[in-house]
Design a protein around this ligand. Structure first.
Ligand SMILES: Cc1cc2nc3c(=O)[nH]c(=O)nc-3n(C[C@H](O)[C@H](O)[C@H](O)COP(=O)(O)O)c2cc1C
Length: 251
């Protein structure tokens, strides 16, 4: 076995990390990626307006299982809105004198929230299939590319795992390195992965409340997935994937 993992852990000990851009007075990176001018936006129902399914947290925790086969039934836009809000939605945006901080349903190291949510949408009522990004600041979907061929490309990048192709929606969380490294430099890489785990867990638990399930996916071809998403693989890279769909009918 190579020492890659051990070296990563050692080299991110506090006494080995560099002075941070924040300490050096570099301005804070933006809270999220910019929305390109003229991009098609899909408004999402606000959290206050959507149906809040009744289920207990304990029940969601004990009943959650990875789900790799899904019913044909699409998600509603309100359900997608609920999933996005409870994984990455902005509940509070505080403006400090030197930087802004967002607070969301998931914890994040230093509240840096250095993840973006990309979505492969296959079956959501009223939304054309394609690749989207979630703007948490505006609570809207930003269309990146419409069409159904993107589903094949994402599936292939996920080593042909069919749950991606068959999902109603596949969430692809993307790490924005600068946003975390601005404060935590090399050690920030650890935090990106830890943060992604929290987000996927929220997705799995909230999915239970809408009769859906998730399969977390980390077995993918990094370079291929980054290419499909239009990421450079260095400043921005896919860090974790969650395929989601309605539970199949019990026989
Ligand atoms: C970090 C991580 C990566 C995973 N990657 C995959 C994957 O690429 N493909 C897959 O089918 N399942 C994947 N899984 C799901 C696990 O196989 C699953 O959680 C495990 O078998 C336990 O089953 P349960 O989730 O139903 O409790 C992953 C889970 C985690 C936490």
């Amino acid at each position: 076995m190579k020492n890659t993992g051990k070296e990563f852990v050692r080299n991110t000990y506090y006494d080995r990390i560099s002075a941070s851009p924040q300490e050096l007075g570099v301005p804070q990176p933006t809270l999220e990626l910019p929305i390109p001018a003229g991009a098609k936006l899909v408004e999402l129902p606000a959290m206050e307006e959507i149906y809040h399914p009744q289920t207990t947290l304990i029940r969601s925790i004990v009943e959650r299982r990875s789900l790799r086969r899904y019913a044909e039934k699409p998600l509603t836009l309100a359900e997608l809105s609920l999933l996005l809000y409870t994984t990455q939605g902005i509940q509070d945006l505080r403006e400090g004198s030197r930087f802004q901080t967002s607070f969301r349903p998931v914890p994040s190291a230093g509240a840096r929230h250095a993840l973006e949510t990309y979505l492969l949408i296959n079956r959501v009522e009223g939304v054309e299939p394609g690749l989207y990004r979630y703007s948490a600041v505006k609570h809207v979907l930003v269309l990146i590319k419409s069409g159904t061929t993107i589903a094949d490309a994402v599936t292939e990048a996920c080593l042909g795992q069919k749950q991606v192709l068959n999902s109603a929606v596949t969430f692809i969380w993307v790490a924005v390195v600068e946003r975390m490294a601005w404060r935590y430099v090399e050690r920030g890489y650890r935090y990106l992965y830890l943060d992604a785990g929290h987000v996927c867990q929220n997705l799995s638990l909230v999915a239970e409340s809408i009769d859906s399930g998730v399969c977390a996916i980390a077995a993918y071809d990094d370079a291929a997935l980054d290419q499909v998403l239009g990421l450079d693989g260095e400043h921005l890279f896919a860090i974790y994937v969650g395929a989601l769909g309605k539970k199949p009918n019990k026989e």
